[in-house]
Design a protein around this ligand. Sequence first.
Ligand code: KOT
Length: 780
Amino acid sequence: MKRDIQILTGQVLAADCRKTIAQATPRELYNAVSKAALDLAADAWKRAPGKRVAYLSAEFLVGRLVYANLLNMGRLGEVQQMLLDAGVDANVFEEIEDAALGNGGLGRLAACFLDSAATQGVPLDGYGIRYQYGLFRQYFEDGFQKETADDWQRFGDPWSVRREEDAVTVQFGGQAVRAVPYDTPVIGYGMKTVNTLRLWQAEPFQAFDFNLFNAQKYAAAVRERDAAEDISRVLYPNDDTDAGKRLRLKQQYFFSSASLQDMVRAYRAAHGGDFTHFADAYAVQLNDTHPTVAIPELLRLLVEEAGMRFADAVQVAHDTFAYTNHTIMPEALEKWDQKLFRGVLPRVYPYVKKLDALLRRTLEQRGVPMGEVSRYAILEDGMVHMARMAIFATHSTNGVARLHTEILKDTALHEWYELYPERFNNKTNGVTQRRWLALANPELAALLHDAVGDGWLTDLSQLKRLEPCADDPAFLARFMDVKREKKRQLAAYVEKHEGVRLHADFLLDVQVKRLHEYKRQLLNAFSILDTYYGLKEGRISRADFAPTVYLFGAKAAPGYVRAKGIIKYINELAELVNGDADVNGLMQVVFVQNYNVSYAEKIIPAADVSEQISTAGTEASGTSNMKFMLNGAVTLGTLDGANIEIAEQAGAENEYIFGARADEIARLQEDGYDPNAVLAAEPRAKRVVESLVDGTFSDGGTGMFRELYASLTEGASWHKPDHYFLMRDFIEYCDARLAVNRDYRDARAFAAKCVRNVANAGVFSSDRTILEYARDIWHV
Ligand code: KOT
């Protein structure tokens, strides 16, 4: 019999705070509803027998769990009705902040995979770190980014269960810490499968030293505790770069070792002490190189605790592990100083050395010339090269979009592809339609329900049946109504949170993603400034121009000065444009603060245009591009990452593609590229770039704008001028943007393009991605 979540919630509230649903605070209600739901999921939260996948990731950017879990449990409507009956706003949980245990695409992908695996019945558990503080919260002060700590647990963490009995010990040189798992159920749609997200928290063995405390040496008394807790204190806020810091390596080993100990213990309990068939019980996926230290750790455990020979252990590791590469940015390829590594992990380092020696013997056997060995070696130039270890010691290396995998094979990892071509494979990323369509856009979901039914919730390819609707005026009218409503909702939210009245009747053009030079938010800003001048000076006809809101959301890594300079620049641009009555009816620039998963759920469904403008060959895949497509925005983008496959699926005539392709960029890098020649030949380009230094804008005396200017025109010690080719693509981008604007004026034709995007988004479900991993890599 279906139990009543209302009765359960009432019982929890009565027991915990002696209040009714109508009386409870949002936080009390959140905790009570979550606990009640957790209780209803308990029966389904059982480990099925058979091989399991462990997805090891330093980041799981799950966002807000309560609505998504209720949706998958089939309880969302019931809870909304319950709140309504009690006179409580159905959006009451909007106050509950996201669990932002990730930076961006890599962490959000892990969260989409959890949802898809549970929905598709793939036995996959996530393993990571229970950071006390997630990604910093961002606000603007005088247009500059400021950061504050993200204390996400202050609302409680009702979705997790602490499993004291499963704690393990992780040993660093002289320091031993306890790893305590907190388990969160991962509830598949329909609740047929409930998997587990197991996040480890670092704790001391002793809360404090009593003798020191009695001697009034308080700081010393809690030193051990602080040192242990520091390990899971905070998420490193870098996306696409690596810090190379001691504490970061400790984090990586902490969760890798704890997770493997967990698996080894379970294996031993089920199969005894013979570990030769470990790979039949577990497939372990390494989400980028962050958990790669798991490889020598498994070797150590197999040799020292299971008595296996090293060569046999290597075979087990090879069969167990697989590695996903998420970026070719050279600064993101992890390397650790050998001395640092050995100092932090003296018990593991010998197994790295043995792997390196085995690699060198293998290269010799395969006839690789001596002079080439240094390109492969794990231990080389005083560093431990993690990606090399990950490719050598696993059976699979995959890229995350077709172009990305081709670049890995042809250039970035070419030498490895020559050695092990059979290991390389592509798994184009995807996103979960439960969160990114059903939950974020119930209005569009209802329209789809009427047009093609609900099968798309677990089989997104069914959206293809929507294609004829692109020619149906009645359907297009309803689609446009939905867009209008989502813009209206977004405008209300933006007004509340930013104090800005967003034009809900304008074309909405959006770029939301981490702030990085290669993603080229600065190119976007330059083109907006060019449009501004064009409108003011009559080069662009005001009468023909569809009024546009340009919306940005992005966090910059706190130490990434250029990225912060770009944020300041865009905020200055916003002030100029929004403060000019002459263009107020035509343009608005808004940079929202603290862009995160929950903000994305509001912004993406309202967008008309999805800005995906990275330099071709730099964005491995992108995943927001897929979320926009699914919600019926057209892509204004370069042929980079998954944009290529998006244009292929939707038809290039339904997107706006511009700019140099990856091969041209590679050629320019080889043969030379001179942005100053573009500046000399193209006054419009010159004018917007000069705005960095000619007094148009102020960087508050920080020198940030002059440095950005120099990066474009002179380069720096570590790069040539304009190394992301903004000037190469500037005019083409402006032209493509004007083409979008022109086409938008035929509202119906534009809506038809949007609908064709929705209809062809089927392959970009993470359900498809996860089933490919299961079939080709994990064999489950
Ligand atoms: C690398 C090092 C540290 C932190 C994050 C990264 C990282 C993030 N590497 N790649 N990503 C993004 O991963 C997404 C999911 O595959 C891709 O869609 C996106 O293009 C990558 O930039």
